[in-house]
Every structure is written in C-alpha cells, then in structure tokens.
Write a protein that binds this ligand. Structure first.
Ligand code: ACO
Length: 332
C-alpha cells in the first residue's frame, strides 16, 4: 500500500487553570522559605492549586472542550485522545479514557503517556504520525496535572516549584509545508533516579510504612535536574530546527517547558536567541509538568504573539529523564 504523508498542524488550543492561587507569601507560612529565595532561584511568584475534589481528568476535560471549540471540532470527530500526565486520576482506567467518557467521544481511541514534563511533546509527535499516515483525522492531545496532590508540602526543596493546570491541542491535516515540520523525542533513563515518585507502583506497593515515610511524594535532586535541563534544552532546540531545515535565526518564537526562569535564560544564551522571542509564564503558574508547554502555547496565541507563517519551536525536559522538541510553521 502506498502511503501519502500528510502535513499535520495544531488547529485549536485551550487551557484550564484552577482558580485558587498560592503565592510565595502563602508558602512562607507553610515552610522555611521566602518570596525572595523562590523568585531569585526560580522566577516563580505564584501557582494554581486545585480543590480537593478536583482530579486531573476534570482539568483535562475543560481544556479539551476549549481546544475543540477553538478548532470547531465535535466530540464525535475525535479519532484519538492522548493525555500526558504523571498525576493520572487512577492507575487504571487511564485519564484519557475518563476524558473520552466525559466528552462522549465515542469514536476515539484513548491512552495516557507518562513522559513527565515532556509528555505533551511526546503526544504531539505520536498524534502527528497517526494523521500523517492517514490512520487518524483528528487527534486531541492534552497535558494535564494536579501536582499539588503529589507534593510534600513540608519539603521546601520541591513544594515551591509546582502547580496544577491543563492545556490541550487539536491536531488535523493542514496545507502542505505548514504545521509540524519536525519532532524529536528522547530519554536518558539511566539518569531517572534524580527525579522520582518512589512508592505506589510494583517496586514499592503502597503500605502504611510507605505513606508514613512520604514515599508517595516527588523526590528530586534539583541540581542534577538543573544540569540536565540547561544542556538538553538548547541541544534539543538546535537539533529539531536543523531537522526542519531551518536555522535558529529563522525561529520566530520559542515555547520552552516552564520549570525555572534561570534554565530558560541559560538556554536562550546558548542559542543566542533574543529573550523577546521566548515565552515565559512560569512566574504565574510554576512548573505544571506536562501542562506547562500547552498552557504557555495557548496563552502566547491569545496574546497574539504567534502569527500564521511563524516558525515556532516547543521544547521540554522532564522526569525519566526525558526530552523532546517540535518545530512548526504556524498554520492558523
Ligand atoms: N527556600 C529556601 N531555601 C531553600 C529552598 C526554599 N524553597 N529550597 C532549597 N533551599 C536551600 C537548600 O536547602 C540549600 O541550602 P544549603 O545550601 O544550606 O543546603 C540552598 O537553598 C541552595 O540549594 P540549591 O539546590 O543549591 O539551589 P539551586 O540554586 O540549585 O536551586 C532549584 C534549586 C530551584 C530546585 C534548581 O536546582 C532547579 O530549578 N532545578 C531543576 C528542577 C526542575 O526543573 N525540575 C523539573 C521537574 S518536573 C517533572 O518532571 C515532574
């Protein structure tokens, strides 16, 4: 069978952020930290926290509905739902299947991806392949997290960094030469122990002892993650730009994973990119893992910072350790 590869692009985006804001000043009352320390070390001023009765699928569904409206797509048209998350509602069913049920998207396949902060870019890469080869027409990719539920609120090393939210995108066929030009995804699993959630899986099943020992929370060696990030962010950007047949000078806009403003600045410096071309909103939301990139993309579009024909790059890194990048010619 002859396969004709189609061009695939993002034709709609949406986001959902919980209303509750937790500021650095609020955190000063919870752990031994200061607004000054958090802002100067990370760039974060506040983050969103979901209510106790809200799960990841709730945020994901809301973001999806907005993306579908933006794209003019109905639930019945969805062929595939991919949810990137490290905070699924349950181990199974997948959060994607819960979203499918919420949307009544009866014609879609549905599955989760666990690539942490890079998950949304992994999802885009997979969705693109299905449409490109003709096996799907419309794919919904969501990055959604309720990290507040896996944060140890007594650990100042981690709890100041994270927030909750969801972002979504609809992928469809676009004009030839537009949309996604290249994607790259990768992992360095041998470095995985620097960022883990140790208990609750088959290696360390949940028990009274694991809960008492705080093993169901994020454990992170921040400086090792930092070293990985400042190296991989510029590298993954350079490599995907080259794969797309472009140069760094031709990139109009970069949407990086929003973990730490120092990581973003270091990447900008290595890439010799004007900081005006790089979107940052982590000051308002902290690190929302897989939700950071799609929320940032949706906000940048809303602010009119991306125009049709612009060369746009998404780049991320995360637990695994994973990394990914995506170069697009904006098609809408
Ligand atoms: N308030 C005050 N002091 C603090 C805090 C805090 N919130 N957190 C740590 N400190 C202290 C440390 O205890 C340490 O004290 P010590 O010197 O007495 O031991 C001191 O501050 C300095 O700590 P460093 O680790 O050197 O601080 P650094 O400048 O490296 O910044 C940070 C730490 C912000 C965590 C940085 O390393 C970082 O951003 N790393 C990357 C994290 C990341 O991107 N994670 C992504 C994970 S997302 C995912 O996939 C789920």
């Amino acid at each position: 069978m002859n396969r004709i590869f189609k061009s695939v692009g993002i034709v709609g985006t949406g986001r959902c952020l919980p209303e509750k804001i937790l500021t650095n000043f609020d955190l000063e009352k919870m752990v031994e930290t200061s607004d000054e320390w958090i802002r100067t070390r990370t760039g974060i001023s506040e983050r969103r926290i979901s209510q106790a009765d809200i799960a990841t699928s709730d945020l994901a569904t809301d973001a999806a509905l907005k993306a579908m409206e933006d794209a003019g797509v109905t639930a019945g048209e969805l062929d595939m739902i991919i949810v990137a998350t490290v905070t699924p509602d349950t181990a199974f069913p997948s959060t994607a299947c819960i979203v499918q049920s919420n949307l009544n998207a009866v014609n879609a396949s549905a599955f989760d991806i666990e690539a942490a902060c890079t998950g949304f870019i992994y999802g885009l890469s997979i969705g693109e392949k299905f449409i490109s080869t003709g096996d799907a027409k419309t794919v919904l990719v969501i990055g959604a997290e309720t990290l507040s539920k896996i944060c140890n609120w007594d650990d100042r090393n981690t709890c100041v960094l994270f927030g909750d939210g969801a972002g979504a995108a609809i992928l469809k066929e676009v004009e030839e030469g537009e949309g996604i030009l290249a994607t790259l995804i990768g992992a360095e699993g041998w470095k995985g122990q620097v960022l883990t959630l140790p208990a609750g899986g088959s290696r360390m099943p949940a028990s009274v002892e694991t809960v008492k020992a705080g093993k169901h929370y994020i454990h992170m060696d921040g400086s090792e993650v930092y070293k990985f990030a400042v190296n991989i962010m510029p590298l993954a950007t350079q490599r995907v730009v080259k794969k797309a047949g472009l140069t760094i000078e031709e990139i109009d806009f970069l949407v990086p994973h929003q973990a730490n403003s120092r990581i973003v600045q270091a990447a900008a410096k290595r890439l010799k990119m004007d900081s005006g071309k790089i979107f940052v909103n982590l000051n308002k939301y902290g690190n929302m893992s897989s939700a950071s990139v799609p929320v940032a993309l949706d906000e940048a579009l809303e602010q009119g910072l991306i125009k049709k024909g612009d060369n746009v790059v998404l780049v991320g890194f995360g637990a695994g350790l994973t990394w990914g990048s995506c170069a697009m010619k904006w098609s809408k």
